[in-house]
Design a protein around this ligand. Structure first.
Ligand code: SIN
Ligand code: CO
Length: 381
């Protein structure tokens, strides 16, 4: 949990600031110890399969972007100042880094997107910009001066750079973040953070799906279910020349809401699958050889447990009877007796043999665990 400043707590934060306005939370994570140091951040940026970039401030062109992976020598050739290195999805690549997220569990897990880390020498930044997402910026090492404009009037971009940077940025707030300080920014708040020292900043980023993505996913589920429009409550006035009557529009709205979204369970299932779908390059790989029940039992008898693949995304939602467990974009119906199992699979990341053996004894328990082992969501440890 975060250490809230006097007069602020989760409820008040959600009511006053969440998705509304920036707030600086000094010492919100006391004695914060950055899970990675600058060399380790550079090391990650050299690995294929890990998204990284260097943003550099120049005079002409004004700002440049280089995408990783980088050769280790690249870091020896960087100037003393004026650049930032950023690494995305660190939570999936370095599971221990997830402790940075611990203070933010007051928000739904499915809302979380990724943990990004940045390193900058004194004077380094990524330029003034707005993000489309809510973000908590946790200062990890050194100090960073933040300039923030909660609602920028001008969105004019700096020309001649691939980066979306604001040409007319004017700061309204200034905060200097030290290790353990947290700055919350809602979507659309303009910000510019310049390193004052050798500086590591963690961004705990939250996503909000685009309507287009939800609608496209709904279209896929609806195609499979083929529910068709019906108008058994038609009245004669609806047949005026060429008219799409208000009653018809209202009926479509009700039909979409009741028959398509609600009754068919379409919305719940679509959301669960959409919100747990990993980015394509961050999908847990399926094991080479499938685990079968006798093999699993031998593994548990020998004292081995299970763990969740660090890239696995899981969520759960109630059904009429029991639960649906969502794992990496798939929906699995779960027996009511497995309610606590579904909760444990979502909340925790590893389980000892005795616990898993208990799960296997419940109705549908072994089928569920074998299914999750087969697609790589879970692993034997
Ligand atoms: C950074 O960590 O340097 C950039 C974070 C941000 O401005 O969103
Ligand atoms: Co930003």
């Amino acid at each position: 949990m975060l250490h809230w400043p006097e007069g602020l707590d989760v409820e008040r934060f959600l009511y006053e600031y969440w998705q509304k306005k920036p707030v600086f939370l000094p010492r919100a994570i006391p004695s914060f110890d950055s899970p990675l140091d600058p060399d380790e951040v550079a090391g990650l940026a050299c690995e294929p399969g890990i998204e990284s970039r260097i943003v550099m401030e120049n005079s002409d062109p004004p700002w440049t972007l280089e995408n990783g992976p980088f050769e280790p020598e690249r870091f020896g050739r960087l100037p003393q100042t004026g650049w930032s290195l950023l690494v995305q999805d660190v939570d999936k690549h370095v599971p221990e880094s997830n402790r940075v997220r611990a203070g933010f569990r007051f928000l739904p897990d499915w809302r979380f997107d990724d943990l990004m880390v940045s390193f900058a020498p004194p004077g380094g930044s990524v330029g003034p910009h707005v993000d489309a997402y809510d973000v908590f910026l946790v200062q990890g090492l050194g100090r960073r001066r933040w300039h923030v404009d909660p609602s920028p009037r001008s969105r004019r971009r700096i020309p001649g750079t691939p980066l979306d940077l604001l040409a007319d940025f004017r700061a309204v707030h200034e905060w200097v973040a030290e290790p353990g300080d947290v700055l919350y920014l809602p979507p659309g708040a303009a910000h510019h953070g310049v390193a004052l020292d050798h500086c590591i900043t963690w961004s705990v980023g939250f996503r909000s799906p685009l309507a287009a993505d939800v609608i496209a996913a709904l279209a896929d589920t609806a195609t499979a279910r083929a529910v068709r429009y019906a108008d058994s409550d038609m009245v004669p006035e609806e047949a005026a020349d060429g008219l799409i009557h208000d009653r018809a529009v209202a009926r479509f709205r009700r039909w979409l809401e009741d028959a398509v979204l609600h009754e068919s369970g379409c919305l719940r299932e679509t959301l669960g699958c959409l919100l747990t779908e990993p980015k394509s390059w961050l999908h847990p790989p399926a094991p080479e050889a499938p685990v079968r029940e006798p093999g699993l039992r031998d593994h548990l008898d020998a004292g081995g447990g299970l763990s969740k693949h660090p890239m696995s995304l899981m969520a759960r939602s109630r059904r009429e009877r029991g639960w649906t467990l969502f794992a990496n974009g798939r929906a699995l119906a779960v027996d009511p007796s497995l309610e606590s199992v579904a909760a444990a699979l979502c909340a925790e990341s590893a389980w000892p043999a005795e616990r898993v053996s208990d799960w296997l004894g419940r109705p549908g328990g072994s089928a569920l665990i074998l299914d999750l082992l087969a697609d790589g969501t879970l692993e034997l440890v």
